[in-house]
Design a protein around this ligand. Sequence first.
Ligand code: NAX
Length: 329
Amino acid sequence: TRTPVNVTVTGAAGQIGYALLFRIASGQLLGADVPVKLRLLEITPALKAAEGTAMELDDCAFPLLQGIEITDDPNVAFDGTNVGLLVGARPRTKGMERGDLLEANGGIFKPQGKAINDNAADDVKILVVGNPANTNALIAQAAAPDVPAERFTAMTRLDHNRALTQLAKKSGATVADIQRLTIWGNHSATQYPDIFQATVAGKPAIEAIGNDEKWLAEDFIPTVAKRGAAIIEARGASSAASAANAAIDHVHTWVNGTAEGNWTSMGIPSDGSYGVPEGIISSFPVTTKDGKYEIVQGLEINEFSRTRIDASVQELVDEREAVRGLGLI
Ligand code: NAX
């Protein structure tokens, strides 16, 4: 029998946590043959709610679930962690400036990064979901100097999945027909969903949408970038099940690999590829294999894409400057 994989979820009592934990415990994160132990990290007032979720996990009698631990101590939560899903974050509230938001999240992600550094397993993989995800990942990474930097990633898979469906609808195809779509930059309104490298049923996506650049610029890109707000408007609450699904996809792909000829989008520390300044955590097209990812190299970036990638990357550079100024990295 295989040794269980320790999976830590922060913000476990939140709405993404509720959509995520059952799927992890059922084997959808790592595979139907991989036993898991769950560690749930919450703030003290939410521990009781986390216990309620744990009771329901017990009541599912998942054969792969070999234990649940609930704690408000990051050092306990990340003890021996192989996969860490950092979901809990401080949301932006009314009147909050960007600096306040970054500072409040620094107060969460810096100690968690340190706890990961001091306690996690050698093979630890981290996905930051909590917003601002890219910069929160950077803060955690900076607090974990003993962990290889590339183990800290941020989630743009939800944006990627959103873009797949919008493109499928426009081109009259299914998402399974689409390959090589990319989200570049920040998980924010400046993100750039790029279809110029993509194919739909083997032909260039731009042809599949009838070369409709107006749709691309005025419909597709804003629809994907503002989808989160549209969900809140419709549902009265922010995306939860789709966000949890994307987190599952992100880690599953990272661990199990991308399909031949295809790639995915992940927020990862830049190595300077495509003119993205080294060190910022930006979304790239990546292939994965044997638990490692690589940036897809050699893509031609046209003017339309360049301007948009640069704008989103600039936002990340500004966020990095801001957290540097606050002493968070
Ligand atoms: P909820 O407010 O439902 O849950 C957040 C949970 O985190 C709460 O239970 C809270 O007690 C907990 N928490 C707060 N500080 C904590 C700390 N220091 N340690 C442990 N737990 C802590 O939010 P939810 O809807 O679950 O969303 C969670 C985060 O995901 C938010 O930051 C949200 O902005 C972000 N999202 C990111 C997405 C992405 O694509 N990267 C998409 C979905 C989502 O909006």
